[in-house]
Design a protein around this ligand. Structure first.
Ligand code: ADP
Ligand code: MG
Length: 693
């Protein structure tokens, strides 16, 4: 249960004075629905009202504060024309503009012949210097009440700074004093204020420098957020570790049999990762390990070898893939090897229905299936295992591991191996998974040739088509990717269909189309025609992005490459260069390129090292952009900026570890305060874990 002291913060903003449902909707769009969201909505800039130039020198667009004499009201006489008030001082003339004005009100605020202090944004219109709806109209006596510096918040259409500022102030008025959860000595050393004072200070910058991420108030709040993140992850992990795990140690016999059937030898990276995995499995606690490896680095085989030990110990293993296509591909890789070892293997996806499905479910329940490959249907539905010992989760480019951690925590002491194909920078790894054990496949299987990556402007598309024509004289298969941007799926799909038609007109029936709107069997059939013939060119939306393995594919054409992220392009390129032949990646772009897009394409031309690309990706997108990572499953931060607060993140990790070493149940005084911190940052699940643990 959320501590009572936080109740006011988790009420809708309509609870604040002066905020009705209409404004609340707008606030929800920029900040969030609750009072606490306003508190986290920190200013991005400041307005300096101390600028007071002569009227003639006042630059358009600047906020200025002027002392003027009100000369004459000019009512509009027409509701669509603005009401004007002519003012002046020794330095020139200023016209104030009001739309939908109420004359009696304006005459009261701006009496003719009197002096007023006016603050607002200068506009130049025809030969006039104007100000529309000044922010402040004050008598000289009141002028001192005007703040010299005001915070500027991110806004949305229809929401003015005045309204939002008022809402934020109303939220700060009810800001509670919370018990201190940070270590006193650390606070002192960092010269950080209390949480309450930090929030107040962060909303009251008196100079631009106060907006910097290393300012005490902002740094403290960022650290609070990072600590909540690290503590929540550490709690879930501690719970996992406490699960009564099982000791899984094979004799090596199954491994030997499968090894003999393997048409290649494992790379050093694969062997080392397996050593680490076997060691985890042999320990009494339940395993949770991450296996990171670039596309094509051979993770599937590692997963298989890990699962062999579970099977040898009399258990079952499950391999979960993010898509149907991938599940089938994993099956294709694993099945012949598994059969060589005498292992019974099956596939289960949402597409298996009726009697066939019943049969598989029964076989899983009575233990006649050793290894099952499938999609998330494997875990979501009422699938019962006789004795599931190990789950391998192939995340590919998604990092949605939080739910999986929970899922594993709910489980029956199974060992979990999570595989990701996108190498994850250290900072992101830490925030997404906490201090998780991880193995990296850093080398590619022998015999792979580097991919020749080139960028081509769209106007030279015909050259690309000619290159494809030449390649078709040999054994090459060609991927042709048209981007699918979600907002306009229909239009993008039309683009892919058009390209398919054009290429078909030129090359005939060897051109195949696959896209996300296709039904499963239809998609599989198209993929199969490409993988095994007769098709040679596959026009695709990015559905091919994840893991498809076709060794004969040696050309990858990507249209509108400038629209893709670095990681995505790297993934796409990873589809080729898997066989022995030389491969080429042609990135077609439409100028003009933004600086960021230029940099992305440049990096791709320079390197194929996925870990390097991942770090560059983080650097290029910066911390702010990472907020847009919802669909990637990465946690979002509102106060911390991963690009700026890397050191704080490391400190938060160490702190979380220390806290749980001393007080694993968060029972002491600081522990209670830390529970409040977890609720404050809505890491409720971690606390629930704690109570039921
Ligand atoms: P990913 O890491 O992208 O999942 P896969 O596991 O799909 O990579 O492996 C890509 C291809 O490389 C597969 O065809 C697989 O059989 C092959 N492969 C895996 N390990 C090796 C190895 N050590 N030597 C040669 N080929 C390998
Ligand atoms: Mg794979």
């Amino acid at each position: 249960m959320r501590p009572e002291i936080l109740f006011p913060l988790f009420k809708p903003v309509t609870n604040l004075k002066g905020i009705g449902p209409r404004i609340a909707k707008l606030i929800e769009r920029v900040a969030g629905p609750n009072v606490v969201d306003l508190i986290w909505h920190l200013p991005r800039e400041i307005v300096d009202r101390s600028f007071s130039p002569g009227i003639k020198d006042a630059p358009a667009g600047r906020i200025v504060t002027l002392t003027v004499t009100v000369e004459k009201h000019v009512p509009s006489g027409h509701s669509r024309r603005p009401y004007r008030v002519r003012c002046s001082n020794a330095s020139g003339k200023l016209t104030l503009i009001f739309f939908h004005a109420r004359e009696d009100y304006l005459r009261r605020e701006l009496p003719e012949g009197e002096e007023r202090v006016i603050s607002g944004t200068i506009e130049h219109y025809r030969n006039e210097v104007q100000m529309t709806h000044p922010d402040y109209i004050l008598s000289p006596a009141e002028a001192a009440s005007m703040p010299k510096v005001e915070p500027v918040y991110p806004l949305t259409a229809g929401l003015t700074l005045k309204t939002l500022g008022k809402a934020v102030r109303a939220s700060l008025d009810i800001l509670p004093d919370l018990p201190e959860w940070q270590d006193g000595a650390y606070l002192k050393q960092q010269k950080w204020p209390s949480w309450h004072d930090a929030v107040i200070a962060a909303h009251a910058p008196d100079a631009a420098a106060k907006l910097e991420p290393d300012e005490p108030a902002r740094a403290r709040l960022a650290f609070d957020e990072l600590l909540a993140n690290q503590l929540a992850l550490a709690l879930i992990r501690a719970r996992m570790k406490r699960r009564p795990g099982r000791t899984i140690e094979g004799s090596g016999e199954l491994r030997r049999r499968v090894q003999d059937a393997l048409p290649f030898t494992l790379t050093n990276s694969q062997t080392q990762a397996l050593d680490e995995i076997y060691q985890d499995m042999a320990e009494a606690g339940a395993m949770l390990r991450l296996l990171q490896g670039d596309v094509g680095s051979g993770k599937t085989v590692v997963a298989l070898f890990a699962m062999l030990d579970a099977v040898e110990c009399g258990g079952q293993a499950a391999l979960m893939a993010p898509t149907e296509i991938l599940a089938r591909q994993h099956l294709a890789t694993i099945e012949p090897l598994a059969e060589a070892g005498g292992i019974r293997i099956a596939i289960l996806t949402g597409r298996d229905k009726g009697a066939a499905r019943k049969k598989i479910l029964a076989a899983l329940q009575d233990g006649t299936i050793d290894i099952v490959v499938g999609t998330h249907a494997l875990f979501q539905e009422a699938v019962e295992f006789k004795n599931l010992m190990m789950a391998v989760i192939d995340e590919q480019h998604r990092f949605g591991v939080h739910q999986r951690l929970d899922l594993a925590a709910k489980g029956k002491g199974i060992d979990v191996l999570v595989m990701t194909a996108t190498p994850i920078p250290r900072t992101l790894l830490l925030t997404a998974y906490g201090d998780l054990e991880s193995s990296r496949l850093t080398e590619k299987p022998a015999g792979r040739k580097p991919v020749d990556t080139r960028t081509v402007p769209a106007e030279r598309l015909d050259e690309v088509v000619s290159a494809v024509a030449r390649a078709l004289e040999g054994p090459a298969r060609i991927f042709w990717v048209c981007p699918l941007v979600e907002e306009s799926e229909v239009i993008d799909l039309a683009a892919a269909e058009d390209r398919h038609r054009e290429l078909k007109a030129r090359f005939g029936d060897v051109v195949e189309l696959v896209h996300g709107r296709m039904k499963g069997p239809q998609k599989d059939a198209a993929m199969a025609r490409f993988a095994e013939g007769p098709a040679r060119i596959l026009v695709a939306t990015t559905v091919i992005e994840v893991g498809v393995d076709i060794p004969e594919a040696t050309i990858m054409v990507v249209e509108h490459a400038e629209r893709f992220g670095l990681a995505q392009l790297h993934q796409l390129r990873g589809r080729i260069g898997r066989g022995g032949d030389k491969s080429t990646c042609l990135l077609i772009y439409t100028p003009p390129l933004t600086e960021a897009a230029k940099a992305r394409l440049e990096i791709l031309r320079e390197t194929e090292d996925g870990f390097h690309i991942a770090e560059e990706d983080l650097r290029l997108r910066g911390g702010g952009e990472l907020l847009g990572t919802r669909q990637s499953g990465l946690p979002e931060f509102r106060l911390a900026d991963l690009a700026m607060h890397e050191e704080l993140l490391a400190a938060a990790r160490d702190d979380a570890k220390l806290i749980l070493d001393r007080d694993p149940e968060l029972k002491g005084a600081r522990g209670a305060a830390l529970r409040t911190l977890l609720y404050l940052f809505e890491r409720d699940a971690a606390v629930v874990n704690l109570r039921s643990g």
